[in-house]
Design a protein around this ligand. Structure first.
Ligand code: BDR
Ligand code: CA
Length: 319
């Protein structure tokens, strides 16, 4: 049977790494491309990380580079998240230079070419800021009609980032203009903070993942990443681990794990606004707004925790 093609546009990122690992381990799916955007760490590092991750997980796919800054850069200091993802973006893991080379084409062209090839079957994921996707839409306005589904990790009815308190979700906050443009032009499956927080993994879940990673040197990467995640959440005083991006990918690959509801979503795009990057999720659409979003309202924590354990076991046995 033909496998369902997928692309992951991402900013690795600890949870982006788990998202890629989960997608590659899922039977019936095939990663056709991994594309890098700026985000958790500067683009120079997300670019290195996508090349390294494809190599480490043994993924034979195109790897392409995208934007190195948001569409509208209105702030002085980079909006990055090293406190969560470590200085390299992959926790405290420092990888040697990758031996793989990137595609000659930019992320937006690779996404489009693969969408054309897949003839309506491609599932496109974005687990970082939406800069590359907005640029893909500008270059190729017919992209939405070529996709089977487009799913993002981003947004929520509450936030985790922002200059004036946590009103926005990180991915949207880094590039609100891109998010606004994408929501205007595309039908979006949005796995936001509501669902990812509902699927927070407990210390017991994380310890189980660490055990299932095994002790083989071949699975050192996932094991080290899991150990970092456990240690870092303790250091940040959190009693759980939220693997946002992996839930977004799982929501499409394992139907039933996440429940979506139709709604209309807009973004506060005004640079410098107090709630810049905040998403407004309107389920009632009383003014007749069209449905532009399917928002993740419920998610099965136990099923997600089990799946993450299986992902760790897969690499312990496979690599
Ligand atoms: C999102 O922000 C990033 O730090 C994570 O990788 C995830 O995509 C969660 O808000
Ligand atoms: Ca991410």
């Amino acid at each position: 049977m033909n496998k369902i093609p997928i692309i992951i546009d991402c900013d690795p990122g600890v949870d982006d790494s788990y998202a890629i690992a989960l997608a590659n381990a899922a039977p019936g799916y095939e990663i056709r491309a991994i594309t890098a955007v700026e985000g958790n760490v500067p683009a120079s590092l997300t670019r290195k990380n996508v090349l390294c991750l494809a190599e480490i997980f043994g993924i034979d796919c195109r790897v392409a580079f995208g934007a190195d800054r948001p569409l509208v850069r209105n702030y002085e200091i980079d909006r990055t998240a090293e406190h969560v993802h470590g200085q390299t973006g992959l926790g405290d893991i420092v990888l040697p230079p990758p031996s793989r080379k990137p595609d000659d084409k930019p992320a937006w062209d690779v996404i489009y070419e693969e969408a054309v090839k897949a003839q309506g079957n491609l599932i496109l994921f974005a687990t970082g800021p939406l800069t590359n996707i907005a640029l893909a839409l500008r270059a190729h306005p017919d992209l939405p009609s070529l996709l089977s589904r487009f799913c993002i990790m981003g947004g929520g009815t509450f936030g985790n980032s922002g200059a004036y308190g946590k009103k926005a979700e990180f991915n949207i906050w880094v590039d609100p203009a891109a998010a606004g443009e994408v929501l205007e032009k595309m039908d979006v499956y949005m796995v936001g903070l509501d669902a990812t927080h509902a699927c927070a993994l407990t210390p017991a879940d994380m310890n189980r993942m660490r055990e299932l990673c095994g002790t083989s040197p071949k699975n050192w990467f996932l094991r080290s990443l899991t150990e970092f995640a456990i240690r870092n959440s303790e250091e940040l005083g959190m009693d759980n681990n939220i693997i946002h991006d992996a839930l977004a990918v799982a929501s499409m690959l394992y139907p039933g794990m996440v429940t979506f509801e139709d709604c209309h979503v807009t973004v506060e795009e005004r640079p410098g606004a107090e709630n810049e990057g905040q998403t407004y999720v309107d389920f009632e659409r009383k003014n007749g707004e069209k449905v532009n979003c399917h928002f993740a309202v419920k998610a099965d924590q136990a099923a997600f925790a089990k799946r993450m354990g299986e992902v760790c076991r897969y690499y312990a046995e496979k690599i």
